[in-house]
Write a new protein. Structure first.
Length: 290
């Protein structure tokens, strides 16, 4: 990308380029920096989605089965009762077919109360930004719901996979709307489905999620610091720069992070406040303390 225009333009670019090479292609879109611990389950879910996408004009998302009422993720609401017959999916069995659910809504990051209600209902999954569709389906979706993006990348059809592609993208890509695939397509389309999946997923986008997957000591502390004296401390994430020593006593469920300029000591249970606090630090003291 010659400019940062969010996910809809980059997905459109990739999709039109792939389609030029193979109009019958099926496409998996996935973030490059997420953690997936259950790789075998992930591959099975992806294969299921690709099978369905090959014979149906559907926009599919892998929805992560929630394990807690997290306010840091968007949610996807789906129909609990299965309405997509297995034989329509080309999957061959009722058991396989029951895993693909019709999506009814994409929900913004909720309050804790709403997140708890979503978890209790069983009708919601986390939005991990993992999508499966055919090249035809996503191009048709752009034409229907984001025609400005469609027109921009359709104009490059003669250049994709040629020596002129780079010049075309450098000239035209920055003029694409800055918009996410969720806002541009997924929240508008009526052919969106989800495959609920427990794949050991984390986007590592929060300190709590990092603590959850990091190696921990006998007191459930995740420590990244060579010189530390720690007592009566548990369930903490402690990350200090090389050459920095620390003495810590009596903390429970805290985040302790020093990036060399800013020292953060914050309750893990209040982590959702950190983004706002960080913004206030910049406002008060400047970008050096971002």
């Amino acid at each position: 990308e010659p400019s940062r225009n969010n996910t809809a333009p980059c997905i459109a670019y990739a999709s039109y380029k792939i389609s030029k090479s193979n109009p019958q292609a099926n496409i998996l879109v996935a973030p490059s920096d997420h953690l997936i611990l259950k790789e075998d389950v992930f591959l099975q879910k992806v294969a299921q989605g690709l099978d369905y996408a090959a014979s149906n004009e559907a926009l599919i998302t892998l929805g992560i089965s929630p394990t807690r009422p997290d306010t840091g993720y968007g949610y996807i609401k789906f129909i609990q009762e299965q309405e997509v017959k297995a034989e329509e999916q080309g999957l061959g069995s009722k058991e396989q077919g029951a895993e693909i659910r019709k999506v009814t809504a994409f929900m913004e990051k909720p309050s804790l109360e709403k997140a708890q209600a979503y978890l209790t209902s069983g009708d919601y999954v986390w939005n991990a930004g993992i999508f499966i569709w055919s090249a035809k389906a996503i191009k048709n979706a752009f034409a229907s719901y984001a025609p400005e993006i469609a027109a921009l990348f359709e104009a490059g059809d003669d250049y994709y996979n040629t020596a002129e592609e780079s010049n075309f993208i450098l000239e035209h890509y920055p003029s694409a709307p800055n918009i996410s695939i969720d806002y541009a397509i997924m929240e508008k389309a009526d052919n969106v489905y989800t495959i609920p999946a427990d794949i050991g997923w984390s986007d590592l986008g929060t300190w709590a999620s990092l603590h959850g997957v990091a190696e921990k000591d006998q007191n459930n502390n995740a420590i990244s610091c060579a010189q530390i004296n720690i007592t009566a401390t548990e369930d903490c994430l402690i990350q200090l720069p090389a050459g920095k020593a620390a003495v810590i006593k009596g903390l429970t469920n805290f985040i302790v992070v020093d990036d060399g300029k800013v020292l953060l000591i914050y309750p893990k249970s209040d982590e959702q406040e950190i983004k706002q606090v960080a913004g206030q630090m910049v406002a008060d003291f400047g970008n050096d303390f971002r």
